[in-house]
Write a protein that binds this ligand. Sequence first.
Ligand code: HEC
Length: 105
Amino acid sequence: MKWALPILLLAVTACDQSPAVTFTDVSITLPEDKGAFPDRPGRQAMIANCAGCHSPSMILTQPRLSEEHWKSTIKKMREVYKAPINPADEPDILAYLTSGEAAAQ
Ligand code: HEC
């Protein structure tokens, strides 16, 4: 077993030789998103509670959903993704999401 120690040392040394990470890009280009929440009642609540994580176009391109469905989405944002959605803003958020052209009829 005389060879065991040198082999162990070699293995440990080899593990230490991880390749150096070199970052070549010094900037990134984010996808262009010209979207903005159209101005209608509840817009400020959308900006304050949703825009921190989502682009307006991500929310505006959702299918037409009922108020009940949006309530459960807000609940999911809070409970699953820890979104700090202000309960006092919820009526405004729901009003916004269920009005306008792309909203549920
Ligand atoms: C703390 C960050 C955060 C906030 C704030 C937030 N969300 Fe989300 N949301 C997520 C994550 C993470 C997902 C799952 C990944 C994805 O689809 O982008 C998600 C997914 C969604 C989806 C996709 C469908 C679904 O059920 O997963 C919708 C619609 C949505 N969010 C709407 C909203 C609305 C409306 C608000 C504001 C009331 C909001 N989110 C606030 C993090 C957030």
